[in-house]
Design a protein around this ligand. Structure first.
Ligand code: BF8
Length: 645
């Protein structure tokens, strides 16, 4: 069995893992141990289950079968397996975007004064237009007359956004945000995404038995699908959430299991879609529920988040983050969680068994994601506030069932600053009234900032929890690379104090420190959840239109990395970054392609000639940082920028 200190660098996680062990509660690390040895064919991408003549497997040593029953070889099988993961990742993000676009269609009111809407006294809908400026900008992109009343604009915009999913021809409207040169590359290759649903369906079609056998063509179809996520579904999710839930602004918050409170009702929101968790935030402040909590002997209602839902409510409200992906079971193991409410994605099936060991009530809320035997309270945007209140009431009622002698909340909690968007970055650097990327571009051109890195993605128990994220980010900022983060990676670095302005003095190189001190930003900027990786794409497009750093996204001295990834969504994100021209490193075990030498070489070398970006794989954070910095320096040289010492 792996040692606890090898499982995580995080003290709160280590302490709670000890508790789980003492109480005989298995976690994902134990289940990983029980899976050893994992299937070598699966790891290499050489197992095919596409049809019922199989399952087939290819001998990686060249001694046994070189083809499946149908004749598919290692290249076809590995490419098809990978492409199907791109499709599922894209479908997850895009379905999220669809739900948000639908919620926007219900908005009938523009936010005026907060005091005119005392919590708990809303009526007939629970969402409002909170960012009118952004609503109008989006409307203009879709050719809607912005002089109309805002409610009407929201309805028309929502209709047009929903049409992006079913569009059959043409190109997704948001792809026009990309620099012209990038759009020409996509057009020439035939990978401009047309309709969001269409690209997912077409990719699944081409990878079924007996359709596409050309691994390069499969990857091209995969890139078009991934682009429909990055420049489509995810971008819709991000931008419409900003309109109806409010655009984030820099906000202070706290992170780690220590944010759970011994004397309060602890409600944990976990999953991805903030249209639910946003209402949980409001309901947790409902006077009626607060009174009920007091009556039950609790000092209050404490809402905390796990995974990307945590990032969403952190970005907009400064709600505390209890942890990232690998801490979801451990939040329950503290013994202090009354309700964990979940919606979709990254929710471990094991939560049911862990919750059953405590008084914790696990509640599902989305008809797409249910557990046998677990209470379900169906969430609909039409009854959003009412549903959130109903769930929180269950938590408050459950407080008296908590077993005090089984509660152990680790002390660890860390401060952080989050809430950076492409608009906030422009305003902070360029000034509130003339938000511009000019100062950022100048800082890169002068070499005070070496370049930019997007460090994103999950945790994976195959790697020491949080180690690669934090060590990689420390290496990057030491070398004056400004780091942009999302997802569980941002939570990992936040726990180590890297998302504080003070981190610049402790960890950043001289040039980056100078910029951070002057502007008052941390050297690591938290941009939000995984759909908010789309913020990185639009920010990069603004950098190009500002001038001085080339004509295409691939010219920017920048690189991406998913150091501890586990989800198919991470693969999709990787592909839309690469297809947008970004050099992208994957840590953990490389996605399952190594069984095909041709496909591996294509993805890590030749594809760069075609789309300007490529993949690399690395197994240590130091190696990841070296690769990313070497790429950033190569791009600086190509732009004739001064070398950074
Ligand atoms: O979408 S980083 S573990 S929570 S997949 Fe999941 Fe990975 Fe976390 Fe969010 Ni993203």
């Amino acid at each position: 069995m792996s040692l606890i200190k090898e499982r995580s660098i995080d003290r709160a996680t280590q302490e709670t893992l000890k508790k789980a062990k003492k109480e005989n509660i298995p976690t994902c690390w134990d289940r990983l141990d029980a899976q050893q040895p994992q299937c070598g064919f699966g790891l290499l991408g050489l197992c095919c289950t596409v049809c019922n003549m199989g399952p087939c497997r290819i001998d990686p040593f060249g001694e046994g079968a070189a083809a499946g029953v149908c004749g598919a070889n290692a290249d076809t099988i590995a490419a098809r397996n990978l492409a199907r993961k791109i499709a599922t990742g894209a479908s997850a993000h895009s379905d999220h975007g669809r739900d948000v676009a639908h919620a926007a269609s219900l908005v009938t009111k523009v936010h005026s004064h907060p005091e005119s809407h005392p919590e708990g006294h809303r009526h007939h809908h629970d969402y409002e237009i909170l960012d009118i400026g952004k609503l109008k900008l989006l409307a203009a992109e879709f050719g809607i007359d912005t002089a109309k009343p805002e409610e009407q604009i929201a309805r028309e915009l929502s209709k047009k956004l929903l049409e992006e999913f079913g569009r059959q021809e043409g190109e997704l409207v948001f792809t026009k945000r990309a620099p012209l040169k990038r759009r020409e590359i996509w057009k020439k290759l035939g990978i401009t995404p047309r309709g969001i649903d269409r690209e997912v369906v077409e990719l699944l079609h081409t990878t079924t038995m007996g359709v596409d056998n050309d691994y390069k063509n499969i990857i091209a179809t995969g890139m078009r699908c991934a682009l429909s996520d990055g420049w489509g579904g995810s971008m819709i999710a991000t931008d419409v959430q900003d309109v109806i839930l409010g655009s984030p602004e820099p906000v202070r918050g706290k992170v780690n299991l220590g944010v759970l409170k011994e004397d309060q009702v602890n409600i944990v929101v976990h999953g991805h879609e903030p249209i639910l968790s946003e209402m949980a935030v409001k309901a947790s402040r409902d006077p009626e529920l607060l009174k009920l909590a007091k009556d039950k002997g609790a000092e209050g209602i404490n809402l905390a988040g796990i995974c990307c839902t945590a990032n969403e409510v952190l970005m907009r409200h400064g709600i505390a983050v209890a942890g990232n992906f690998l801490q979801q079971e451990l939040a329950i193991v503290t013994g202090a969680v009354e309700v964990m409410m979940v919606d979709v994605q990254c929710i471990m099936p094991a939560l049911h068994e862990v919750a059953a060991c405590f008084h914790t009530k696990l509640i599902t809320t989305n008809s797409k994601a249910r557990f046998p035997g677990v209470s379900h309270v169906e969430f609909t945007p039409e009854k959003a506030y009412e549903t959130a209140k109903q769930i929180i009431r269950v938590g408050v009622e459950n407080f008296s069932n908590r077993k005090k002698d089984r509660v152990n909340i680790p002390k660890e909690e860390m401060d952080l600053v989050a809430g950076f968007t492409k608009e906030v970055v422009a305003q902070m650097l360029g000034g509130k009234y003339r938000g511009t990327y000019r100062p950022l571009n100048e800082a890169i051109i002068s070499g005070r900032i070496r370049g930019l890195a997007g460090v994103v993605g999950c945790n994976n128990p195959k790697q020491t929890h949080d180690f690669a994220h934090t060590e990689l980010v420390k290496e990057l900022i030491k070398k004056d690379v400004l780091v942009l983060q999302t997802g569980c990676s941002a939570i990992a670095c936040a726990k180590q104090g890297l998302l504080l302005p003070e981190a610049a003095a402790q960890y950043a190189g001289n040039g980056l420190r100078e910029i951070c001190d002057a502007v008052g930003i941390p050297p690591v900027l938290h941009l939000g959840s995984c759909v908010d990786n789309s913020r990185i794409l639009t920010a990069a497009s603004h950098i190009i239109s500002e001038g001085g750093l080339g004509e295409d996204l691939s010219d920017i001295p920048a690189a991406g990395c998913a150091p501890e990834w586990m989800s198919e969504k991470a693969i999709t994100i990787g592909f839309y970054f690469v297809a947008s021209g970004v050099y992208t490193v994957f840590g953990a075990s490389p996605f399952a392609v190594l069984g095909s030498k041709n496909l591996t070489h294509y993805l890590t070398h030749d594809i760069e000639e075609i789309v300007g970006g490529r993949f690399d794989f690395a197994d240590t954070p130091v190696k990841m940082a070296e690769l990313m910095i070497a790429h950033i320096d190569k791009k600086r040289k190509a732009l004739n920028l001064k070398p950074v010492i």
